[in-house]
Design a protein around this ligand. Structure first.
Ligand SMILES: [Zn+2]
Ligand SMILES: [Zn+2]
Length: 263
């Protein structure tokens, strides 16, 4: 590999080339090691990986960002891997907007019978340069009150405490990979800086869960500028207008399934 970090988009909301898209997220992340970050909503990540000529059999670790179907349903097709996650990912959860069950279609028992599960709330070092961030502390003032439209099966509010992310250390600073960022993208970046001890952020990629052009979005842009972010590539659950706004302020290409980005 003649770059420090390579991210292949196996599943995301937009399609390109001969790869299909879905409302889901799955990235192959290659740095000094390689891992699968999320598995999308179906077996699409496997079919796209094959079309892209990527051998997922050579990957031994899967990081699950959080327990929603669009990130974890693909786990049904995962065998013989180490799967790293927050222990709360298996909860049954409902979207308040649609009343729809948005839990993953896999339970812990089945997954554990075929894989090794590492369930932790603490940051967990995956390789020399890659860290699973554990439960994200909600400390950034404009994100501290991050409320979600979700609830558990018993009706209590679901703050998606299991929402985590991945930090990759590069010579140009941290590269943060998020799933849906229900815990707040700035809270995630803060946790990455704390967990690794690296203050400078180089890039942020993944779902940001921001849609409106509002003060929170502007504060997010300022925050990311302050921590030195150069590349910002939101996708998946980020709205088109919000994506355009980030592209006005930062470098980073529009992301589509089937594409490979080298940093
Ligand atoms: Zn989600
Ligand atoms: Zn999502």
């Amino acid at each position: 590999m003649d770059c420090e970090l390579k991210i292949s988009i196996l599943s995301d909301n937009l399609a390109s080339g001969n790869c299909e898209a879905e409302h889901g997220l799955s990235f192959l992340v290659e740095a000094e090691g390689r891992l699968l970050f999320d598995t999308g909503a179906s077996d699409l990540f496997l079919r796209n990986a094959e079309k892209m000529g990527l051998d997922l059999a050579a990957v031994d670790t899967v990081v699950l960002s959080h327990g929603h179907y669009d990130h974890g349903n693909g786990l049904q097709w995962v065998r013989g891997k180490r799967i790293v996650m927050h222990p709360g990912v298996f909860a049954q959860r409902i979207s308040g907007r649609s009343g729809r069950d948005i839990s993953m279609a896999v339970n812990r028992q089945t997954l554990e019978a075929q894989n090794t599960i590492v369930a932790t709330r603490e940051p967990f070092r995956l390789t020399d340069k890659m860290t699973f961030l554990g439960e994200i502390a909600r400390v950034v003032p404009f994100e501290a009150e991050c409320s979600t439209p979700f609830h558990f099966a018993d009706g209590t509010p679901d703050p998606v405490a299991d929402d985590s992310a991945l930090a990759v250390e590069t010579s140009r600073g941290l590269f943060v990979v998020s799933g849906c960022a229900h815990s707040g993208i700035c809270n995630i970046v803060e946790q990455a800086r704390r967990a690794t001890g690296v203050g400078k952020v180089f890039g942020v990629i993944g779902g940001f869960h921001l849609t409106a052009i509002d003060s929170r979005l502007e504060q997010t842009v300022s925050y990311l500028k302050n921590v030195g972010a150069e590349i910002v590539m939101p996708s998946h659950c980020t709205g088109d207008e919000a994506i355009a706004e980030f592209r006005r302020h930062f470098k980073g290409e529009l992301m589509r399934t089937g594409e490979v980005f080298e940093f």
